[in-house]
Design a protein around this ligand. Sequence first.
Ligand code: SAM
Ligand code: SF4
Length: 329
Amino acid sequence: MPRDAHGREIDYLRISLTDRCNLRCTYCMPTQGERFGPSEALLDATEIARVVEAAIAVGFRRIRFTGGEPTLRADLVDIVARIARVPGVVDLAMTTNGMRLPELAAPLAAAGLRRVNVHLDALDPTRLRRVMRRGILAEIWAGIEAAEAAGLQPVKLNTVVVRGINEEDVLPLAALTLERPWQVRFIETMPLGTGEAARVARAGLVPTSVLRERIVAALGPLHAVASPHPSDEARLFRLPAARGLVGFISPVSDPYCASCNRMRLTADGRLHLCLLRDDELDLRAPLRRGAAREEIAEILLRAVQHKPLGHGLGTGEFPQRQQMFQIGG
Ligand code: SAM
Ligand code: SF4
């Protein structure tokens, strides 16, 4: 397994399949003036498979597709099938807003996808539209149930809490875990880039400590549960007699940089070394001039070596340049 200069074992590759999205979540994308890359810049299925084969050869084990919205890729099922066939991939997951899962969950599971994280910010349809602009609760819910029925388990839900918009949804979402064997994870807003979305994220931050207090006061004590993966960014808890788990992802109030195990590949083929910094190494040019697996592997190892130790949130080093959808969340 590759180790970075700070002793962290990096075995998790998050691959963005597109920078485009069918939604415009307030803290992620603006409603106008978005700049998307040209479609010919996107890595194709063969190029993605070449990167994954090289990554596995140097010790990566876990792969996740993300975006933008990965389900907008017309060749998604083909990409999943190809990557699922690469020997050595022990976990193959996807992060999605769930809107297209009703029709895609079964073919994706058949192609070899193991599990999904579905983004759901509210259980009230009006508030959901306010925070995940263009999001439709009934469709996302149908997507979650389709994923569960297709065996894409355990289902994890990602909820980004924004002050004054969907705070009221925190308790009903946490209470879902009483009945359902799901993991509901509350994520602190991170200000990425310099635009409107970053302003929403900065002003909308509700620290994990506040959410924990509210959940405990309304639903009972949260008992800590060890994560099966030590580098899991979510701290996990169980409510009394709950079937599922509540998780907190706290990049702002409790950064998990010291146990970061991930490398990101943007949809246009850049290795992005830390979500909250601009450091990158290009893979697309080598891929397109026919680089051998050894050369791609060598660039991956160089990227691992250069991973920065911590992000600059709160240090005044911001702003960094790119937004979440341009990197891959
Ligand atoms: N479109 C898919 C989705 O929404 O799940 C995949 C990409 S999205 C960028 C991945 C995750 O990043 C989502 O769970 C989303 O809630 C989260 N996210 C996006 N912008 C964020 C921000 N500014 N701060 C914290 N989380 C953010
Ligand atoms: Fe799209 Fe996901 Fe960003 Fe929302 S968080 S705008 S669904 S990429």
